[in-house]
Each structure stands twice: as structure tokens, then as C-alpha cells.
Design a protein around this ligand. Structure first.
Ligand code: F6P
Length: 367
């Protein structure tokens, strides 16, 4: 790899608190090495569909452009979880839509714009694309983002701590209203096919039951656990359910599935509340935290790891690395092959001590 003069950064998939901190760290670290930095709008759209951006699909990122953004939620570059370039929705000659691999074209766009390297900030989907780009010759470093914490080979992704902290605060608030009305509050949280957010927030926020994708639940066991509560003087209950939780022998609660994007999950909470109500004999109400978990300022923990990840990505490029993801490995960061990080999802291990802790505290998993 020759000397890097110009790099690009993009943010892909669902946003997560800390994206702007990563962007600032990449830009300042690059500029301090005499490297010019551009931001690609909305994943890869700014490069692949420049006609949609009259103001430019590539933004020159100066120091001024990234000043004062470390603590801001969202992403100044925009993001998208539609139009995966490896599975781009395209109309065939028969008028039907199919998925087309456009990653070769995308690498060409980088060459045309004289971009020497890419810092791709994303979750498993976006980093899978980043891996393809690096295999096709574009020097690429990945930065692990997702509130779901389901990326392998890193102790944690940025955004997760903020999501769990907010979910816990919501659970704290729900205890008093649930108590006042002697209700069961079912709280649905994001996390896709992993139960990290539900588990960590549920234990921290004193839930009575936590239902996660890793442990299919038996509705009768959940109800039986909740019926025990009044015997111990507690006349309300808090149930945390991951959006990807499934009843024993049942399926995921899917809202929709479109070409070029991951299936949309939702409704696990409502389904559970409906089934629980007659079994528990109490009013069961649902709160869906959903996108609230993705908003707001990153916690100090997320800000710090985002800044560390961004700076480490530029150091990796300077060292001539490519096809790797920055990973948190306390007390330091290290680099792991993108291929390894994206080849399997990191789900909650059933033998982890957080699950043991929950069980010790009398929290039901419905199993
Ligand atoms: O991956 C992050 C995440 O927030 C998941 O927890 C959730 O299933 C998904 O994105 C929702 O994405 P959106 O609603 O933006 O399509």
C-alpha cells in the first residue's frame, strides 16, 4: 500500500450513540497526519447515487466540520440500512426485483474519487460489506457499532452502554407506575437476534422476568413466576422482552421483510402481554422502547471507546493494515480480521455469570 493521502469514512446500518465521536476521532487523527478526510453520505449512497445529492455525496471533513460533535447522537453523515451494495435491489428484465452484487462498481467509485482507504463504521451487515471491499483491494478498516452488541471478537460495541443505561432508567421509572396500578408492564427492547440489551437492562433494572432470543420461553412458566409475586408482597411486575424473543416452539415476531435489508422485528411485547393477561389475572400493558434506545448522547463509556476506536482505525491505516476491525480488548484495543468478526453473531452465552446472577436474584427466563 502506498502512502495514504485521502481517506473516506462512512456510517452504515442503524445509528448508535457514539457515531459522531468516531467521526471526529478519525478526522482529527487523519488531519494530524496530513491525510485528507471525506465523509460519504448515507452509507454508500453518496458515492453510488451522487445524483441524489446536489450538495455533494462526499463531504470534505475539516476540523471545523467535526468540532463539538463528540457528545451528539445520530451521525453527521447520515446512514441507511437499505440498499446493501452486495445485495442491491434491482429490477430484472422480467420486471421482477432481485438482489444484485454491486460491490465491484462501488470499489470503482472509490478509485474514481481517488480515495486511498476507507474507515467503515457499522454493525455486522456494514462490516460484512467492508470485508468484501477490502477483499476487492480497497484498504479498509472497520469500527464496531451497534446498540445490539452482537458483533463477535470485540468485548463490546459502542452504543450498547448508552442503550442499556437508557433502558435501565426507563425500567426504574416503570416500577412506580406499575406498582401504583398493580399492573404487569411488558417492556420490549431492541437487540435483533441477541438478548444483550434485555439481559443487562433487565438485571440492572430489577425486572421480574427477562425473555431473550437465546432462551425460548414457556408462557405458562412466565405466568407462574409472575403469580408468585403477590405471595411475597409485590403486586406488580416488570417483564423485559427482547424484540427477538420467541416462545417455545414458536417463531419470531416479524413486521416485514424487504429486499436488500434485514427483516424488521417488532410486536414481541404486545404478543406476550396479550397471552399473559388471562394467565396472570392482572392488566398487562406494553411499552416499546424501540428507537429511543438509539437516540441521545453517548454515555462517557461509549464516547471514550468511540474516540479510541476512531483513532485506532487511523493508526491501523498508517501501519498499512486492511481488512481488520478495531476491537475492544481491555485495557487496550486490538485488530481482528473483519472476516472473523462478521462470520458469526455474538449471542448471550447461556453459561455467563449475568444469567446466573439473574437466576440467583429470582428473575425468570420462562424456562
Ligand atoms: O441493529 C440495531 C437495531 O436498532 C436493531 O436493534 C433493530 O432491530 C433494528 O436496528 C431496527 O432498525 P430500523 O428500525 O432502523 O430499521
Amino acid at each position: 500500500m502506498g502512502k495514504i493521502k485521502k481517506i473516506a469514512i462512512n456510517t452504515g446500518g442503524g445509528d448508535a450513540p457514539g457515531l459522531n465521536a468516531v467521526i471526529r476521532a478519525v478526522v482529527v487523527s487523519a488531519l494530524n497526519r496530513g491525510i485528507e478526510c471525506f465523509g460519504i453520505r448515507d452509507g454508500y449512497n453518496g458515492l453510488m447515487k451522487p445524483e441524489d445529492y446536489p450538495e455533494g455525496g462526499l463531504i470534505l471533513l475539516t476540523r471545523a466540520a467535526v468540532r463539538g460533535i463528540t457528545h451528539l447522537g445520530g451521525t453527521i453523515l447520515g446512514t441507511t440500512n437499505k440498499g446493501n451494495p452486495a445485495k442491491y435491489p434491482t429490477m430484472g428484465p422480467d420486471g421482477k426485483m432481485y438482489e444484485k452484487d454491486r460491490t465491484g462498481e462501488l470499489v470503482e467509485c472509490f478509485r474514481k474519487n481517488k480515495i486511498d482507504a476507507l474507515v467503515a463504521v457499522g454493525g455486522d451487515g456494514s462490516l460484512g460489506i467492508a470485508n468484501i471491499l477490502s477483499e476487492k483491494g480497497l484498504p479498509t478498516i472497520g469500527v464496531p457499532k451497534t446498540i445490539d452488541n452482537d458483533l463477535d471478537k470485540t468485548v463490546v460495541t459502542f452504543g450498547f452502554d448508552t442503550a442499556v443505561s437508557f433502558a435501565t432508567e426507563c425500567l426504574d421509572r416503570l416500577h412506580s407506575t406499575a406498582d401504583a396500578h398493580r399492573r404487569v408492564m411488558v417492556v420490549e427492547v431492541m437487540g435483533r437476534y441477541a438478548g444483550w440489551i434485555a439481559l443487562n437492562a433487565g438485571v440492572s433494572g430489577n425486572a421480574d422476568a427477562i425473555l431473550i432470543p437465546e432462551i425460548p420461553y414457556d408462557i405458562n412458566k412466565v405466568a407462574a413466576a409472575l403469580r408468585e409475586r403477590p405471595k411475597r408482597g409485590k403486586h406488580y411486575a416488570i417483564v423485559v422482552v427482547a424484540e427477538g424473543a420467541k416462545p417455545l416452539g414458536g417463531g419470531l415476531s416479524v413486521v416485514s421483510k424487504e429486499l436488500g435489508r434485514a427483516e424488521k422485528l417488532g410486536g414481541a411485547g404486545e404478543r406476550l402481554a396479550k397471552e399473559l393477561e388471562p394467565l396472570v389475572g392482572k392488566e398487562c400493558r406494553t411499552v416499546v422502547l424501540g428507537h429511543l434506545l438509539r437516540g441521545g448522547s453517548p454515555t462517557t463509556f461509549d464516547r471514550l471507546i468511540s474516540l479510541r476506536f476512531g483513532a485506532a482505525a487511523v493508526r491501523a491505516l498508517e501501519e498499512g493494515q486492511s481488512g481488520v476491525m478495531v476491537a475492544l480488548d481491555p485495557p487496550t484495543v486490538r485488530y481482528v480480521p473483519l472476516k472473523e468478526a462478521t462470520s458469526r453473531m455474538k449471542i448471550v452465552p447461556l453459561d455467563c455469570d449475568t444469567i446466573a446472577t439473574a437466576r440467583d436474584l429470582g428473575i425468570s427466563f420462562g424456562d
